[in-house]
Design a protein. Structure first.
Ligand code: ZN
Length: 337
């Protein structure tokens, strides 16, 4: 049996298994799914399958598979957002120079394995210029080169790129699948697994991280406490929080986007509680506090705030000024005593 690291995405692994058996893996895949849903895990699975020397690729145990798992394989290269060497500032798109460098490396072929894999992450940050430079490689890839493009914003990947890749879409996993994976494969106590599965939003990566590191749940707790604090505070404190979040976003983006995703889920839960469906709420452990606040906001107000949180996440992803976007969000949340 092949050893896929990705769990619960049988529609993808059985399809890839067939392609491997027929020796017909595509030279370019677009792997789409929300953050922490397993895009990188799947990309590395494909890289292992391409280079595996075992009987059932990806076997997970041969030297090739293990070197890829350890991040030491010279033929797995990641192309991602990086600082501009001229200014030292983080680029907001994957630059054409990066695509050219990648093509030079591609022309040399694999060094230590059978196949050279480039992980392009995020593919929605290829701008018109860099995407254009990539088209040639997508159309006529050098032999033994595979492109693995990742995105959590599939609609923002340029159509010229999308149409030249085979799409693999990660589905959110059911709570049962996540709870089972946690208890069976990671020795998490069943009651903890059930709560984590419920909180995970169908993202196994999140549930695993939370099971392994108590800081994930603590961090979640803190982020929700910041939201409640903001809701009860005046503008001075709110702008202070916006400033702290903007500074953090400048250093490391994902935690801020995760905090906003959590805030969004809190507002959705508030709407569910208002609508008399608390059992559907994602933040099961916060139900009492949400119920207490549900009466203070009208459904229209809660929907408007939820829309604004989502719009803020989209603005941040689109590289607007983070401080301005977060200040605007602070202004959009009604203050209720
Ligand atoms: Zn192997």
């Amino acid at each position: 049996m092949p050893h896929w690291s990705i769990l619960g995405q049988e529609h993808i692994t059985s399809h890839l298994g067939n392609s491997i058996a027929q020796g017909r893996l595509s030279h370019a895949y677009l792997i789409a799914g929300p953050p922490l849903s397993g895009k990188t895990t799947l990309a590395l699975d494909i890289a292992r399958a391409l280079n595996c020397t075992g009987a059932d690729p990806p076997c997970g145990g041969c030297v090739q598979c293990r070197r890829i798992t350890l991040g030491r394989h010279a033929d797995v290269q990641v192309v991602t957002l990086s600082p501009d060497p001229r200014t030292g500032r983080m680029r907001n798109a994957i630059a054409i120079e990066q695509v050219r460098e990648m093509e030079q490396r591609a022309a040399l072929g694999p060094f230590e394995g059978k196949s050279l894999a480039f992980v392009i992450d995020p593919a929605d940050k290829l701008n018109a210029e860099s995407a254009n430079a990539l088209l040639k490689t997508l159309e006529e890839p050098p032999p033994r080169v595979t492109l693995l493009l990742l995105t959590s914003l599939e609609q923002e990947v340029l159509p010229t790129i999308r149409s030249r890749c085979q799409a693999l879409e990660l589905k959110p996993l059911g709570q049962e699948v996540i709870a089972q994976a946690l208890t069976r494969e990671h020795n998490v106590a069943p009651e903890d697994a059930a709560l984590l599965a419920k909180l995970s939003g169908g993202k196994l990566g999140w549930a695993l991280a939370a099971a392994k590191d108590p800081k994930v749940l603590e961090g979640r707790q803190e982020r929700l406490e910041v939201l409640l604090e903001v809701l009860g505070s005046g503008l001075e404190r709110r702008f202070q929080v916006a400033q702290e979040m903007a500074a953090q976003f400048g250093r490391n983006r994902p935690p801020v986007l995760e905090a906003l995703a959590l805030w969004l889920s809190w507002w959705r839960d508030l709407l569910l509680v208002r609508a008399g469906a608390p059992q559907l709420a994602a933040n099961a452990d916060w139900q009492a506090s949400i119920a207490e606040r549900a009466a203070r906001y009208s459904a229209e107000e809660a929907r408007a705030v939820a829309r604004e949180v989502l719009a803020t996440m989209e603005r941040l992803e689109a590289n607007v000024n983070a401080r301005l976007a977060l200040d605007a969000l602070m202004l959009a949340m009604p203050r209720k005593k």
